[in-house]
Design a protein around this ligand. Structure first.
Ligand code: SAM
Length: 281
């Protein structure tokens, strides 16, 4: 008998992965967590039936959420990750010796504990001494904070369920206040391709654009996310990801990356015409 994991990408489009086993399924107070083992993507986990992280393409997402900001401002020392329970974003941050403090606020401790057990490829650096874990709502955690982080990475789920508030204007305003004068916010911006995702992308982008003087969008290829075409928002108080980009300084860190490189840093901000039009609407 064959076992397949199938995810609805739209009402009329399904995405399926042949699985060897479905070995974990739990209801947390926030969402349903499932872990699978597959030939093509190795171990992967889903939240409420949506692919979060798998062993094969996680490097794409975690490179792109982290290194674009780090290469724009190589002086970043204090970082906040909101969500990111699998630990992949924290793992990439810990590779920078000059980062002093990494706070990660994840609403669902069960996601972190399951990833520590079944996905060490992403969770292995959560024990780095610079990392502090907070199990609470990112929305509440950020309220009232001023000038405490140089970088905020919003590594959230989609805007349905616990992640909903992380796409609100009030939350982006709180992020602005929590950032230092050269602060950068990277936001999980969804996809421009299927209309239900594109709508959320446009909504969050227009909110961020009202608050941050610099607000850009960059793209990357994520094979297991709906359509494979995914975006991050880059927002900042002063720094421009192209004009202030410092490729020599970043290269001097000597980090080996599998997806990100300094050519791609510039190239990923060049957007297809249909995406540019959506952002202008
Ligand atoms: N790379 C993934 C993606 O884009 O699909 C995101 C991965 S990470 C697992 C997302 C995490 O955000 C989840 O573990 C979820 O529990 C967490 N999360 C959702 N809403 C949150 C909130 N309001 N505060 C903190 N964490 C939240």
């Amino acid at each position: 008998m064959e076992l397949w994991y199938t995810e609805k990408h739209t009402d009329t489009v399904d995405f399926s992965i042949k699985v060897k086993k479905h070995f974990y399924s739990e209801e947390s107070p926030f969402q349903t967590i499932d872990f699978f083992e597959s030939e093509e993507f190795g171990t992967f986990f889903t939240l409420d039936g949506l692919m979060m992280v798998n062993e094969k393409d996680e490097f794409v997402y975690h490179d792109m959420i982290t290194h674009v900001a780090m290469a724009t401002n190589p002086e970043i020392k204090r970082v906040l990750v909101i969500g990111g329970g699998d630990g992949g974003t924290v793992r990439e941050l810990t590779r920078y010796a000059h980062i002093e403090k990494i706070d990660m606020v994840e609403i669902d401790e069960m996601v972190v504990r399951a990833c520590e057990k079944y996905l060490p490829i992403t969770a292995s650096k959560l024990t780095d001494p610079r990392v502090s874990l907070y199990f609470e709502d990112g929305l509440k955690f950020i309220e009232g904070k001023e000038n405490v982080y140089d970088l905020i990475l919003v590594d959230s789920t989609d805007p349905i369920g616990p992640g909903e508030g992380l796409f609100s204007e009030a939350f982006y305003k709180d992020c602005y206040a929590a950032l230092s004068p050269n602060g950068i916010l990277i936001n999980q911006h969804e996809s421009p391709y299927y209309p239900n995702y594109a709508r959320e992308m446009k909504r969050s982008h227009s909110k961020i654009e009202k608050i941050f003087p610099i607000s850009k969008v960059y793209q990357f290829h994520m094979p297991t996310y709906p359509s494979g075409h995914w975006l991050f928002g880059f927002a900042s108080k002063t720094l421009d990801p192209i004009k202030d980009f410092n490729p020599e300084k970043w290269a001097s860190f000597g980090l080996e990356t599998k997806y990100y490189n300094t050519d791609l840093h510039v190239g990923c901000f060049a957007l297809p015409t249909f995406v540019k039009k959506m952002l202008e609407e």
